[in-house]
Ligand binder design. Structure first.
Ligand SMILES: Cc1ncc(COP(=O)(O)O)c(C=O)c1O
Length: 409
């Protein structure tokens, strides 16, 4: 650990890299928007569970069960600390998608209610609302017109009417990297007494996310992306005043106070959402991961990612490379989406892997409406985290330039 400004102890890039075993394979990992590699302390926390107290939670009275329950529940506090929430506002899910579906299925939407979302959402923040449109007669209004895929609060203002129940937007676009004006949209929702859900899949762990500042009622997030937690984990923040309006997706064992043959009395939230045996090691690992990113410092992560993205944008110097999304770096998260003229995105991604072991994603990035909006079938997407090195980005720029020069048109 190095001594940073203000006497705080924070982790350096080298320390973090040394603690991520996957990076020892020599890969240049620029696919962090899909999922992130897991640091050793997070793996160790999960191993400790398997080695020392591998019991179920919320049930047994033996020492292993008590410890498992305490560690599992403490993950709520650790997550809450990252987003400025209370621990009883945190519901564990298996990913962001489940967290959004929980809101869509768990609130009592009725025919005539209006939901506003945007063209630039990940499919996981669009299909659950489409399902409500089909099954419950909800009216779905979709806004978003900017070329840079930036949302304009005025478009929401124009779309709001007396039937509007919910606004759902992403914070940072996974396909393009745009940072959205979520605080302003949240304020607008609050002023109009509309529920606001933020999909924080690409912001959590990458930049400060504070549910108070966002004025959101719900925030859906993964454990396995910016937070460096294990795959198969995520959570839903549900504001204390709203959590009781939500019905759980699952019902059954583990969430009851009393059960008779035709009736049952259920426990209070957030444990109400833990029916069945949950992903105990995953949740414990996620708790540890939250501490880990807080040890690095989320402001520090954001600052470093901004620098890496600025370096990465050098690919634009080649006229055969087109980068999508905001020009203003303040409005761009840790994602660069681009194409090389004359080549398909999958070809470019395969060449980056073959030529230099560089891992990127290619295709529509589960955001087909965004791709249609940009009039492309897909893009190549490179996405960073704190642990990426300047030399890795330079290598990436060099190989993209080589591909464009030798094979682009
Ligand atoms: C913006 C956004 N929303 C939702 C999701 C879905 O996340 P998960 O895989 O955790 O369900 C993703 C995944 O990439 C995403 O980037």
């Amino acid at each position: 650990m190095e001594k940073g400004r203000g006497e705080t102890l924070t982790k350096s890039v080298e320390e973090v890299r040394a603690e991520i075993p996957f990076l020892r394979t020599g890969i240049i990992y620029l696919d962090n928007a899909a999922t992130t590699p897991t640091p050793e302390p997070v793996i160790e926390a999960m191993l400790d569970y398997y080695h020392e107290y591998s019991a179920n939670v919320g049930r047994g009275l033996h020492r292993a069960a008590k410890r498992a329950t305490a560690e599992f529940e403490s993950a709520r506090e650790k997550i809450a600390r990252v987003i400025g929430a209370k621990s009883n506002e945190i519901i564990f899910t298996k990913n962001t998608t489940e967290a959004i579906n929980l809101v869509a299925r768990g609130l009592d939407f009725r025919r005539g209610d209006k939901i506003i979302t945007t063209v630039f959402e990940h499919h996981s923040n669009l299909l659950p609302w489409q399902q409500l449109e089909r099954e419950r007669g909800v009216k779905l209004e979709i806004v978003g017109s900017s070329k840079e895929c930036l949302l304009d609060p005025a478009e929401f203002e124009a779309a709001i009417d007396k039937n509007t129940r919910l606004i759902a937007t992403h914070h940072v676009s996974n396909a393009i990297g745009s940072i959205q004006p979520v605080e302003e949209i949240g304020k607008l929702a609050q002023e109009n007494d509309i529920i606001y859900l933020v999909d924080a899949a690409q912001s959590i762990g990458h930049m400060p996310v504070d549910v108070g500042r966002l004025h959101c009622d719900f925030l859906a997030a993964p454990g396995h992306k910016g937070l460096l937690g294990p795959q198969g984990t995520g959570f839903l923040f549900a504001r204390e005043e709203r959590i009781r309006e939500l019905a759980p997706l699952l019902t059954g064992g583990g969430i009851v106070d009393d059960v008779e043959l035709h009736a049952s009395k259920l426990v209070e939230p957030p444990q109400l959402f833990d029916a069945g045996t949950p992903n105990i090691p995953g949740v414990i690992g996620l708790g540890r991961a939250c501490e880990y990113v807080m040890d690095i410092g989320i402001e520090k992560i954001a600052e470093r990612e901004r620098k890496l993205i600025e370096l990465m944008l050098a690919i634009e110097e080649n006229s055969r490379v087109k980068v999508y999304g905001p020009r203003d770096l303040e409005r761009r998260g840790g994602v660069v989406s681009f194409n090389v003229s004359g080549l398909g995105p999958h070809d470019v991604a395969s060449m980056l892997d073959e030529l230099a072991k560089i891992a990127v994603r290619s295709g529509h990035h589960c955001a087909q409406p965004t791709m249609r909006h940009l009039r492309v079938n897909g893009t190549v997407r490179a996405s960073v985290h704190f642990f990426n090195l300047e030399q890795e980005i330079e290598k990436f720029v060099e190989v993209v330039e080589q591909i464009a020069r030798e094979l682009g048109t």
